[in-house]
Ligand binder design. Structure first.
Ligand SMILES: Nc1ncnc2c1ncn2[C@@H]1O[C@H](COP(=O)(O)OP(=O)(O)O)[C@@H](O)[C@H]1O
Ligand SMILES: N[C@@H](CCOP(=O)(O)O)C(=O)O
Length: 291
């Protein structure tokens, strides 16, 4: 029996759509695995009533298949599904890391990323790597078809999860098909600033780089109160605010001393719209851990 803790993640960070991701110190999924003749899955914890235990429909089933590693898999969800916090990816990442070890498959962490991404294809129709990469490798990750670049960054974050469900599949359907050249120029500048900020552990530069005028405005319409929460977080000192993953979580970068105030301000702003929410005061953390 093996236990793996795999962190929630925040993908995109505004300017890095389908490329950037960070591991969050909290929350996380805890997955227990033991060898078996066939794959069975039990799910408990946050939002477990919405998560299929059928191996063909759960992200961990696709990972077990890809590694040819049948197991009894118990998932304790710390990350609610359809949150924008890489819920489905955290389970897939834990399964990939755990089954690789249980069956002694010998893959490196980077090689496990596309294997875990097969789980994401099951739920969103697309094998994007930007959530599984940080959940497996930790820190800030840049995932492209050439592989993953990883940086151990340390930036305080606030992730505010409203009681709204946005499925990644639906949020992908509203992404514009084209962008103007001036938007492309702005995005390159922001993505470069954010990457430099991660190398320097600089919340100002990271926050500046989270600005995006292409994908975020289209998706903001799916999140009741997004603009008000964003404004509130910025006025409480956030250095940048954007949608986490496909939403509905709203994520803010900040200096350590402003984090608590930003967290309560974001909760209040959703509350004023009549939307219940919960907030995680967190930071960029490490990747999946095996116990
Ligand atoms: N192990 C899993 N953990 C969470 N969700 C899962 C899992 N396996 C399948 N799903 C399904 O994936 C969908 C949520 O995935 P997604 O929309 O990507 O959420 P998130 O934004 O939190 O990653 C839900 O329909 C859920 O039932
Ligand atoms: N790049 C993807 C990321 C989805 O993240 P999730 O946490 O919402 O699953 C996208 O933006 O569609």
């Amino acid at each position: 029996m093996l236990t793996v803790r795999a962190p929630a993640t925040s993908a995109n960070l505004g300017s890095g759509f389908d490329v950037f991701g960070v591991a969050l110190e909290r929350p996380a999924d805890v997955v227990r695995l033991e060898k078996a003749d066939r794959v069975t899955i039990d799910v408990t914890g946050a939002g477990s009533q919405y998560i299929p235990e059928d191996p063909d429909k759960n992200t961990v089933g696709a990972v077990a298949d890809a590694l040819d590693a049948p197991a009894r898999i118990q998932i304790d969800k710390g990350v609610r599904p359809a949150s924008g916090l890489g819920s489905s990816a955290a389970s897939a990442a834990a399964a990939a890391v755990g089954l690789n070890e249980l069956y002694d498959r010998g893959y490196t962490r980077e090689e496990l990323v596309p294997i875990a991404a097969k789980g994401e294809a099951v739920v969103s129709g697309d094998a994007h790597d930007d959530n599984v990469a940080p959940s497996i490798m930790g820190g800030f990750t840049i995932a492209t078809d050439k592989g993953v670049t990883q940086v151990d960054a340390d930036i305080p974050l606030v992730a505010c999860l409203p009681d709204i469900v946005v499925s990644t599949r639906d949020a992908r359907n509203v992404v514009p098909e084209t962008a103007r050249v001036d938007q492309m120029v702005e995005t390159v500048g922001n993505a470069a600033a954010l990457t430099t900020g991660m190398h320097r552990d600089d919340p100002e530069l990271v926050g500046q780089g989270m600005h995006d005028t292409v994908v975020t405005p289209a998706r903001a319409k799916l999140i009741d109160g997004y603009e008000q929460v964003r404004e509130a977080a910025l006025s409480a000192g956030a250095t940048g605010v954007t949608i986490s993953g496909a939403g509905p979580t709203v994520i803010a970068a900040c200096a350590e001393e402003d984090r608590r105030k930003i967290a309560s301000t974001m909760l209040d702003a959703f509350g004023e719209r009549g939307v219940d929410a919960r907030v995680y005061q967190t930071r960029i953390g490490g990747g999946a851990e095996v116990f």
